[in-house]
Design a binder for this molecule. Structure first.
Ligand code: HEM
Length: 151
């Protein structure tokens, strides 16, 4: 089994704690990525073409939220089917193509994972454990491997 029922429950229960403020948390982990790798922001067409401060850019928030939700949903898909299914409106192949064309590299995915886990730890410190970290890590890793395999 790729993800256990217990791991799925950890991801879903912590998501339920965070969901009301999920867009803020999602933006936070992307801003953390840009602190660590400032050039990563240049990968986004809508950041290159905008004078808005990063934290006020609605498209950045939307992308960040997409990553957060898809990582959470991957836990359930992996537990149920052993595979990642990115949803009806897109495909892994499309995501791979978009990220490949934008020049997104392994290091971006790696640092984003670090930033995601750090943000979750700060968001729900009372739930944080090695098991919770592992559960979110597994979910994120499988989602990213599915995308990277097509890149
Ligand atoms: C676009 C998801 C990680 C950079 C997108 C889109 C989605 C998505 C759904 C929109 C695709 C479309 O246009 O139809 C994800 C997921 C990720 C992830 C699920 C990880 C699990 C990253 C990372 C970067 C990144 C680490 C690093 C900089 C981009 C860029 C675009 C994009 C540059 C194109 C935006 C534009 O210029 O229009 N991503 N993403 N993504 N993503 Fe990600």
């Amino acid at each position: 089994m790729v993800i256990t029922a217990q791991q799925e429950a950890l991801v879903v229960s912590s998501w339920n704690e965070m969901k009301d403020d999920a867009p803020t948390f999602a933006l936070k982990f992307f801003l953390r990525l840009f602190e660590i790798i400032p050039s990563a922001a240049k990968r986004f067409s809508f950041l290159r073409d905008s004078n808005l401060p990063l934290e006020k850019n609605p498209k950045l928030k939307a992308h960040a939220m997409g990553v957060f939700v898809m990582t959470c949903e991957a836990a359930t898909q992996l537990r149920k089917t052993g595979k990642v299914n990115v949803g009806a409106n897109t495909s892994v192949q499309h995501l791979a193509s978009v990220h490949f064309k934008a020049g997104v590299a392994d290091v971006h995915f790696e640092v984003l994972k670090f930033a995601l886990l750090e943000t979750i730890k700060e968001a729900v410190p009372y739930m944080w454990s090695e098991e919770l970290k592992e559960a979110w890590s597994e979910s994120y890793d499988h989602l990213v491997v599915a995308i990277k395999n097509e890149m």
